[in-house]
Design a protein around this ligand. Sequence first.
Ligand code: SF4
Length: 633
Amino acid sequence: MSVLDVRHLNVRIPTEDGVIHAVRDVSFSVDSGDFFGIVGESGSGKSVLVQAIMGLIPGARITGEVWFDGHDLLTMKPDALRKIRGRAISMIFQDPLSSLHPQFTIGWQIVEQIRTHRKVSRAEARRMTVEILGKVGIPDPDTRFSAYPHQFSGGMRQRVMIAMALVLNPALIIADEPTTALDSTVQAQILDLLHEMREEFDATILMITHDLTVLARVADNMMVMYAGHKLEAGPARELFARPAHPYTSGLLRSSPGNYEPGTPLVPIPGKPPSLLNPVTGCVFAPRCPDAMSKCWSETPPLRTYSNGLETSCWLTEAPSEPEASEEMQDVSTLPITVLNPNTTELATPIVQINDLELSFRSKRGRTSVDVLRGIDLAIFRGETLGLVGESGCGKSTLARVIAGLIPATGGKVHLAGHDLSTVNHEQWRSLRREVQLVFQDPYGSLNPRRRVGSIIGDPFRIHRISSGEKRKKSVQQLMELVGLNPEHYNRFPSQFSGGQRQRIGIARALALNPSIIIYDEPVSALDVSIQAQVLNLMSSLQKEFNLTYLFISHDLAVVRHVCDRIAVMDKGKIVELAATEQLYADPQHDFTKVLLEASAPEEKPQSRAFPELLSTVHAGDLTAGDLIAGGVR
Ligand code: SF4
């Protein structure tokens, strides 16, 4: 029995640039007790879709039907809809810190949620709150009832959000990227918790995410969205094992977990289309390796296969598997030096750290916190060293000490043979070019008011290396090297996509031919297909210029793919350091074992046989009931 039936949903949002058609004729149903996932890249319309279902987009023009508990939510009055929200349908948001009110205790917030929707005494609401906090794994719930959100870790805050979503036993829980902001171990715990709570409360869960690996772990059924369209839907296991749509196949191909470590990834070329424009033919045609002439002019039909998949595509056989290709520029004219790996002294560490300590003292010096404790580490030329661990373990702080941004309080850091604790200001100025950083957030790390040519040219200007036309030429060569159009020299960062902005950061880092580049979560803010493009670029640049990377990430699939060795950090210490495959094959430390277990991929079906085509419905023939009748289940 369906808990939620969405029929021919269209969402149009008026903006200054025109009307964004964010969701286009999407139909699906979620059965009672189902764990239903919606996956798609940024801008695919998945968040807009659930917000439209919940009546949370003021000013949007929404058409279609959304049936829940015998009511079409789209025709309900705001007051009636408000009663359903929170009681019968609840939501878990991506960022629990901003979703919880910082000035109220978590107990008070859950009690208010209960008393808004149910007539119960304050004492009874408190009892319910303590009970649900215990069930979601908050230790000592009676005492923690009075704690404030900032007194909880990210994972614990998300548990509180789940408790809040479950406390009224809703028929449907909508989870919007509930694990995106969490470390892999905490992410695994939260996914397991959602799974357990689904069983215990007999709840139905609709989860949206950009991360396919998350759904592989928990979803029964799922839908793939792209540029506002539903492209494929069906049982999750089948969709992962034998995707019938080239876009789903491309998303899976982009994921580092599906490759031998170190081999080039095969990203989906190009980028999603603007949602301002009408679409003729297949919306995915410009990026599709299987596109045929009719794909450009005729809307593909909805096809149903014997394994339960519904696919909007003209293909009747398995999508093709494009080969990886490594495109490199002619590097002879570039402003950075090409090192010959054969002549490089691989045994010389670029960075040598001995017994490093870092403590932060309170203003009055009465208390101190040990952030880095007794770290010994060497990073060698030409290698990629991965640094993994949970949030707050000291990874980024260690990177900042290596970059000279924070002075150590004990021990030694040698960078390119120089002891950082003894260099004077002038020496440091020239030494600074040896280490460059690429940051996680490609939006926040570029000044939005400056043109990219000027941003990439900063290192040449600061270190007085070149000026005028010569500098412009060097910058344009760097832009070309990282796959940016040199003609976009005068554009602003806002005119580039997330992946392109990360390329700008890499170009800037390369400008001074540094001894080491520190990547601090460089791809965690990117969609999987863009992530694959950036990882390929980093890898080909490293091979070409024999670069040395320190790669910080909480995504162990990415780390395994790109790193030669991995250092595992826990509570300010390096608890294990080993060659990548050795670490995965035979982890020694308990913490490493927990990390690897949390990121282990689910077992996938072995058979790759393409299923039989059962039926075809042409887009023009569809009626409201067709998609539900031939729906996901
Ligand atoms: Fe590719 Fe054509 Fe299928 Fe679209 S309809 S996904 S362009 S093969």
